[in-house]
Design a protein around this ligand. Structure first.
Ligand code: RP5
Length: 168
């Protein structure tokens, strides 16, 4: 059987970003959303990265998640070459704890948006991608609802145990 065509592109600026960015891939897998992953860089591979962004829509991608650290221009650079929604994940690397990447990713000029999640927020980047896709895909919407219900049950169980253990 042919693999489903990727709907989400998960990009990272370096292989050193993989431990965080694979968390986005895990969420997409769990939600049944086909994705592709690659290492691209606004600074080290500018031509290849521009080409990826320019051809993303015609290749069938709907959303791009881009994670980078330090002078993190990957998400913004991608956004400048496509009108697909781009979600930026500022990554904690280098000496500034990810604040450098946060500012570099979030401070986009009007007209070229990047939906920026928290530092190392790859998990929420993937959930946001699913929520965007769910606008037109009832099956993904249903899976998201189920996930929220699981999250509620888990926390209710933790609350119950906490009260039991602390005599509340
Ligand atoms: C950024 O520089 C990457 O996204 C990575 O977070 C950081 C360090 O890259 P490496 O030196 O580990 O390749 O471009």
């Amino acid at each position: 059987m042919a693999e489903a065509r990727p709907l989400v592109g998960v990009l990272m600026g370096s292989d050193s970003d993989l431990p965080v960015m694979e968390k986005a891939a895990n969420v997409l897998k769990e939600m049944g959303v086909p994705y592709e992953m690659d290492i691209l860089s606004a600074h080290r591979l500018p031509d290849k990265t521009a080409e990826y962004a320019k051809t993303a829509r015609e290749r069938g991608l709907a959303i791009i998640i881009a994670g980078a650290g330090m002078a993190a221009h990957l998400a913004g650079f991608i956004a400048s070459h496509t009108t697909l929604p781009v979600i930026g994940v500022p990554l904690k690397s280098g000496d500034l704890g990810g604040v450098d990447a946060l500012y570099a990713t979030v401070q986009m000029p009007p007209g070229i948006p990047v939906a920026t999640v928290a530092i190392d927020g790859a998990v929420n980047a993937a959930y946001l991608a699913c929520e965007i896709l769910a606008v037109a895909d009832p099956e993904i919407a249903e899976r998201l609802e189920e996930k929220r219900a699981d999250t509620r049950s888990l926390l209710e169980e933790k609350s119950r145990k906490f009260k039991e253990e602390h005599g509340m």
